[in-house]
Each structure stands twice: as structure tokens, then as C-alpha cells.
Design a binder for this molecule. Structure first.
Ligand SMILES: NC(=O)c1ccc[n+]([C@@H]2O[C@H](COP(=O)([O-])OP(=O)(O)OC[C@H]3O[C@@H](n4cnc5c(N)ncnc54)[C@H](O)[C@@H]3O)[C@@H](O)[C@H]2O)c1
Length: 255
């Protein structure tokens, strides 16, 4: 297991699914964690259970990002890790999508991720002993093989992939010891497959079959990849993408 003792992390979307599993995993690996979510009850409960600290945050509220990062730095004296995990779906095709729905998805999935990177880098550059940090942004296999039923979500996750690369190469070229990588989950057993707007009752069972492993991922399996990427185990990995999709993107569509 990666050793994250002495590291300070922020994880967004901590109230459920992959975010909750990531808080659990980073805490188990020794990190101090500030978990954030729009859902105050769920986020506070998860953080109390794991010994993390909770802050309510809508990641699309760009002005709030500086205060969230400052909260971690004031409490623990540094910031080493940011996991931009919070995300949402819309279930609207190119013919149905409204300007407002498109903007909301991009504000959360893309602008929120960008603002998180920007605020975190400012803090990571100022870490005692010199710049150091690791950021993981969460994309989706829908950024590789698009959903006809959700044009905004697929497009936003495509943007997250390129945003990650731009952040990674900027930090490298500036000589910062700050890495930025993407984790690309496939079908994962979380609330987004059951409770999200526009989701149909059979979706979970249907998407499980799209993986050659013939099952959904447990969010803890995704959290394991995130924990590796934010650890000191992979100092040469930046601008990279790690698929956690049970082989979904590896199989020929004819099989
Ligand atoms: N579950 C999957 O199959 C799957 C596949 C690919 C990618 N993802 C991505 O994984 C990430 C986590 O999703 P999940 O599957 O764990 O879903 P989830 O619905 O279980 O968790 C998402 C969390 O994000 C929070 N959130 C939503 N909008 C927010 C906002 N504006 N500000 C702060 N918090 C907000 C929600 O309250 C929730 O706690 C998302 O970025 C999602 O797009 C999920």
C-alpha cells in the first residue's frame, strides 16, 4: 500500500461513490484529508466515520476554491494531494440539451476541476521545503467512446482529459514538482448509476455487461488507482491516464 503519512489531501465529492472510497483509502494510507461535497449530511457523516475533516463545497462556485484550499493549509500547514472527483450527468442528447444544462455540467465537471487545479497549484508551490504535489482528475470512458444520450457529460469528460495534460506539462515546464494525472473509471457501482437525473432502472445491470470482467467496479478498486497516482511510488508519471474499466476500452466491439 502507498505510504501517505504526512501528506495532506483534498477530495471533492466525498459523500458517496468513488469520492467516499477515496477518502477511506487515503485515510487508511495515512493522509490527512479534507473531504468536500455539496451534500453536507452525507459528506459530514463520511468524514466523521473516517477521521477526515468536512467542508461543504459546490465545486462550480469558483470563488470558494481559494477558501477550501486555505482551510487545509491553515489546519495542516501544506497541501500535497487534490482529487477532483465531484461530477454529475445530464442524460440529454445533442437534440435535447439546453444551454443551461450544458453550462451546469461544464461548470461542475470542467470549470470546477480547472479551479481546483489552479488553487491547489498555488498552495503546492508554497509548500514548506519547496513545490511538491500530485493532482488526480476523474474523467470517464465516455470521453473515449461517447454516450449518445449525454452529449454534455461525454464532452466535459473529454475536456478533463486535455485539461489534465495541460496542467501536467505546464507544471513540468515551470520546474514545479507537481504532477497531474487522469483516472478513467468505467462502469462503477455508485449512486450516479441509480440516482442521477435521467437514469433508467435497468442501467446498472446493462452497463455491468459492457465490461469483459462482466461486473461493475467496486469504488474501492478505483480509489486504489487514485491512491497510487497521488503517492511517491510513481514520480515519473504526469500527464498520464489510468483506465480502471475492467477492460471495457480494450475489447473489440464485435465480441
Ligand atoms: N460511477 C461510474 O460509473 C463512473 C464512471 C466514470 C466516471 N465517473 C466519475 O466519477 C466521479 C464520482 O462519481 P460517482 O460515480 O462516485 O458518483 P456519485 O453520484 O456516487 O458521487 C458524486 C458525488 O459528487 C457530489 N457532487 C456532485 N456535484 C457536485 C458539486 N457541484 N460540488 C460538490 N460535490 C458535488 C455528489 O453530491 C456526490 O457525493 C464523477 O466525476 C463521475 O463523473 C463515474
Amino acid at each position: 500500500m502507498p505510504d501517505l503519512k504526512g501528506k495532506v489531501a483534498i477530495v471533492t465529492g466525498c459523500a458517496s461513490g468513488i469520492g467516499a472510497a477515496t477518502v477511506r483509502r487515503l485515510r487508511a494510507d495515512g493522509a490527512e484529508v479534507l473531504g468536500t461535497d455539496m451534500n453536507a449530511d452525507g459528506g459530514a457523516a463520511l468524514c466523521a466515520e473516517t477521521g477526515a475533516v468536512f467542508a461543504q463545497q459546490d465545486v462550480a462556485d469558483i470563488a470558494l476554491w481559494t477558501a477550501i484550499v486555505a482551510q487545509a493549509v491553515e489546519r495542516w500547514g501544506r497541501l500535497d494531494i487534490l482529487v477532483n472527483n465531484a461530477g454529475t450527468v445530464s442524460a440529454l442528447s445533442i437534440e435535447d440539451v439546453t444551454d443551461d444544462a450544458w453550462d451546469r455540467i461544464f461548470d461542475i465537471n470542467v470549470k470546477g476541476t480547472m479551479a481546483g487545479c489552479r488553487a491547489a497549484i498555488a498552495a503546492m508551490k508554497a509548500n514548506p521545503g519547496g513545490s511538491k504535489g500530485a493532482i488526480v482528475n476523474i474523467a470517464s470512458t465516455t470521453a473515449m467512446a461517447a454516450l449518445p444520450t449525454d452529449v454534455a457529460y461525454s464532452s466535459s469528460k473529454g475536456a478533463v482529459r486535455v485539461l489534465t495534460r495541460s496542467v501536467a506539462v505546464h507544471c513540468a515546464k515551470e520546474g514545479y514538482n507537481i504532477r497531474c494525472n487522469t483516472v478513467i473509471p468505467g462502469a462503477t457501482d455508485t449512486g450516479i448509476l441509480t440516482h442521477a437525473e435521467g437514469v433508467t432502472p435497468g442501467l446498472k445491470a446493462a452497463v455491468a455487461k459492457t465490461s469483459p470482467l462482466n461486473r461493475l467496479a467496486d469504488p474501492a478498486e478505483t480509489a486504489a488507482a487514485i491512491a497510487f497516482l497521488v503517492s511517491d511510488e510513481c514520480p515519473y508519471m504526469t500527464g498520464a491516464e489510468m483506465l480502471v474499466d475492467g477492460g471495457m476500452m480494450a475489447i473489440h466491439p464485435g465480441f
